[in-house]
Design a protein around this ligand. Structure first.
Ligand code: ADP
Ligand code: MG
Length: 338
């Protein structure tokens, strides 16, 4: 699905430059669920935005199904995003003046879906997230968990290949957090999605098939315990009719679905090694303990590198296309109802 090579992202800040990503290499297989964990300010959201075509790297390749998102024209990236990539954000990013139904419909407007079909698909999507009785409510009339369900319905109504979620439970209480992660897991499994979930929370990350750790703009990998999350191998037939684009296969039959260990590091702990298949490293709780809650050290920026003007000229990589500067991270806001 994705193959990132040497992806860097520099943000200019005053007279200096913040290196948010420093040479990320990453392969994400079709149907994989990858969690990305790490302290605040170390590049997780930047990575997600680049995966979603919401921002461009300063350098490197972002291959998405054979197309380099870093090189595509903006209109083409917008199209990829509208068709293939769903986003869920920590702050829900719903349009406050629109009902739940209209918020979900908004994702279909760029796809030129007719009004009647839009209404029907939005209703089905909201029913799928348990909000069939809240279609006419505006966000302020919904709880946080319900708003996030609307956002998930909005992300999935277009039947994307990929779901990118940035701290989707960061604003929710613990019970609601579990509901939302359970919902995301169900959607991932039943719809054969490729899912990238950014989270601080080790208990959430451990549910994914693979965990990437983002620190100082660099991504490393650990392998979670097996058995938490499995794509819909056995349940492929249980997917609701019409919930997946015609012709796409469930994760189970996709070539990458079982190869998520490809980048995993060797085992670092073996407390429950007996339970592991021989090729499956063990992911120790202790590996993540420093990532549970960001401490004071986490609040520091990644290294602030003062670059000379000549450095910038040499690389040429900081000259982003105007159209992508300050890219909007709220795709739905950019659409209008006709
Ligand atoms: P995380 O999601 O891990 O908290 P981010 O990817 O949001 O981290 O940020 C990584 C670094 O890049 C931080 O130092 C942040 O301040 C900086 N950064 C992110 N977005 C911008 C921006 N638009 N302009 C300048 N600096 C940015
Ligand atoms: Mg972030």
């Amino acid at each position: 699905m994705y193959k990132l090579s040497g992806v860097t992202k520099n943000y200019t800040k005053g007279r200096g430059t913040v290196a948010a990503l420093r040479g990320v290499d990453l392969v994400i297989e079709d149907g994989e669920w990858l969690a990305v964990q790490g302290p605040t300010g170390h590049g997780k959201s930047t990575l997600l935005q680049i995966l979603g075509g919401l921002d461009r790297p300063s350098a490197g390749i972002v291959d998405f199904d054979g197309q380099d998102l870093a090189q595509l024209r903006e209109t083409e990236v917008t199209k990829v995003r509208a068709q293939s990539i769903g986003f869920v954000f920590q702050t829900f990013n719903l349009i406050p003046t629109l009902s739940a139904q209209e918020n979900v419909e908004a994702a279909l407007v760029p796809l030129h879906v007719s009004g009647a079909a839009r209404r029907q698909r939005a209703q089905i999507a909201l029913e799928a997230v348990g909000l069939g009785d809240r279609l006419r409510h505006v966000p302020s009339e919904l709880s946080g968990g319900q708003q996030q369900r609307v956002a998930i319905a909005r992300a999935l109504v277009k039947e994307p290949k990929v779901l990118l979620a940035d701290e989707p439970t960061g604003n929710l209480d613990e019970d609601t957090r579990d509901d939302i992660i359970g919902l995301l897991e169900t959607m991932w499994r039943e719809r054969g999605l490729t899912m990238v979930l950014v989270t601080h929370d080790s208990s959430i990350a451990r549910r994914a098939q693979r965990i990437g750790i983002m620190k100082n703009g660099r991504l490393t990998f650990r392998q979670p315990r097996p058995g938490r999350a499995q794509p819909a191998r056995a349940q492929a037939g249980a997917r609701p009719a019409g919930s997946q684009a015609a012709g796409s296969e469930p994760a189970a039959s996709r070539p990458g679905a079982r190869t998520a260990t490809a980048q995993a590091e060797p085992a670092t702990a073996a407390s429950d090694a007996d339970l592991q298949p021989p090729d499956m490293p063990v992911y120790a709780d202790a590996d993540l303990t420093d990532l549970h809650e960001p401490g004071p050290a986490d609040l520091a920026e990644p290294d602030l590198t003062d670059l000379e003007d000549s450095d910038l000229d040499d690389s040429g990589s900081l000259d982003e296309p105007d159209s992508f500067a300050d890219s909007d991270s709220e795709p739905a806001d950019t659409v209008r109802f006709d």
